[in-house]
Design a protein around this ligand. Structure first.
Ligand code: C5P
Length: 232
């Protein structure tokens, strides 16, 4: 099982993103490209960052009918990304179709992970707007189990949920956890946070870290601190 620190490259332009990555000189951190950068620059930004030698988590959270997701995943897998994701709410049929689409002719494919319930969804809104009456942690674990049953590799979850996900879905089921902050850092708009060392001890496989690195006075030093705390 590989474990790593993934930098959330939440930039709105290619220039901003590449000048940030230039600071790392010889180093090639694993990066996350989300909707903001992808919609601003299109697939060429993925190819360019890949050509620079970075691993890429393409965070586009697909959610549509199985056939559409299958075909879209085939396109993403040709972009040669290392990890991509979808909403588990699309159900098992959509997740299975996504896996099929993602698998390249040679049998290889990027890791495919599921979003369970967004951390921005509260218990109250889930009950009142989505008509899901169960407790949030039960819903998250149920969606994670559905993802595992469909053959997916893991889920995005809060670091606080990582050990429970491993209990329910097995140790090799990958947990990708945002909401990481340094003990002496700004929490910002994240609510439930953990330090890289705590995320490590609770069993996160990948931590996704944005502003503690991208907004640091010295991003390379902040990244190295994160790696040291998380990987030991
Ligand atoms: O800057 P920060 O470290 O808060 O960035 C966290 C990253 O993880 C952002 O790209 C954010 O969109 C993403 N994310 C999150 N919480 C989730 C899912 C994704 O913070 N539940």
């Amino acid at each position: 099982m590989s474990r790593d620190v993934i930098i959330a490259c939440d930039f709105s332009s290619k220039e901003a993103c590449l000048s940030f990555l230039d600071k790392f000189e010889g180093k090639k951190p694993f990066v996350k490209i989300g909707m903001e950068l992808f919609y601003a620059e299109g697939p060429s930004i993925v190819r360019e960052i890949k050509a620079r030698g970075h691993k890429i988590f393409l965070d586009l959270k697909l959610h549509d009918i199985p056939n559409t997701v299958k075909k879209s995943m085939a396109v993403l897998s040709h972009l040669d990304v290392d990890m991509c994701n979808l909403h588990a709410a699309g159900t098992g049929a959509m997740m299975e179709a996504a896996l099929e689409g993602l698998t390249r002719e040679d049998g290889t494919r990027p890791l495919l992970i599921a979003v369970t319930q967004l951390t921005s969804t509260s218990q109250e809104r889930m009950e009142q707007e989505l008509l899901i009456p169960e407790p949030m942690d039960k819903v998250v674990m149920h969606y994670a189990a559905n993802a595992a049953k469909a053959g997916l590799d893991g889920v995005v979850c809060s670091p606080l949920e990582a050990d429970k996900v491993h209990e329910v879905c097995g140790e090799s089921f990958v947990t990708v956890t945002p909401g990481v902050r340094f003990a002496d850092g700004d929490v910002g708009d994240q609510v439930r946070v953990m330090t890289p060392a705590q995320a490590r001890s609770i069993g996160s496989d990948y931590i996704v870290v944005g502003r503690p690195i991208t907004a640091a006075a010295d991003p390379v030093a902040a990244y190295e601190r994160c790696v040291k705390e998380f990987l030991g």
